[in-house]
Design a protein around this ligand. Sequence first.
Ligand SMILES: [Zn+2]
Length: 295
Amino acid sequence: MAIRGLALNNEIRVYGINSTAIIRKAQKKHQSTPCASAALGRVLSIVALMGMMSNEQKQIISTINGNGPLGAIHAHYQANHTIRGYVDNPQVAIKINEHHKLGIKEVVGSEGTLSVMINYDLKQDYYGMTNLISGEISEDYAYYFASSEQIPSVVSAGVLVDKDGSIISSGALILQLLPNASEKTINYLENCLPKINNLSKTLQNDPQISHLIKSIFDDFIPLDEVAIKFNCPCTKDDMYAKIMTLSIEDLLEIKEEDHGMEVICPWCSTKYHFNEKDLTQLIKTKVNHQKNDQQ
Ligand SMILES: [Zn+2]
């Protein structure tokens, strides 16, 4: 469940999510290692909250590429309250850092960029990009909000992963200063950081994100609450379109040698199989298209 509201005398916007169900589904779909799940989970949790920032947004696509062994992390939020995402290398090996925690930074890398593309209903599309400053993801998004959107923000996202790779709990909080914020509010916000750093652990004990928010801000006013789900709307037709970009020669070769092919949707790891008959039909369609083009 994701929640949006105001706090500290209506001087800050608060966005919070318990994303455990989303990240569990992502982990199950991609069979990702604990480190990969944790990194993807942080990004999905934050981007899901970005989805709550305006009603005019049609979709948000955010990519982090830190040039680490994980490859890029991709997230796609749609206005029907669904999100999907993947990492280039979901099998990246687990690394335990000196604090015996999952080394997110080590797998994400810290030499790279964070990009956000937002499509709006009536406004012009927005594209922003910043350099990564840490590779730990939360700090990178905080920096993105401050420098690209000029909104001073505190971001905390965490995923608690069990030894067997299953997701125990996951969540995120984004706190944004409104232009009228007083010095007192700014100080309070800076001091509340330690309280939200153990977000996933707190959610393990009490899954209600609103309880956590109210424990930090006793004047919290909730404005909106929505259920955001992991969902990929891909179909076999989408994959047809992908195969259609192959040349007739390549398609003939695949048909003769492999008698079929498998196409995997990167967003949800669903496998689509195309048998010899499918390929024959596809080649016919392509040949007809070519004939039409020549006429
Ligand atoms: Zn898919």
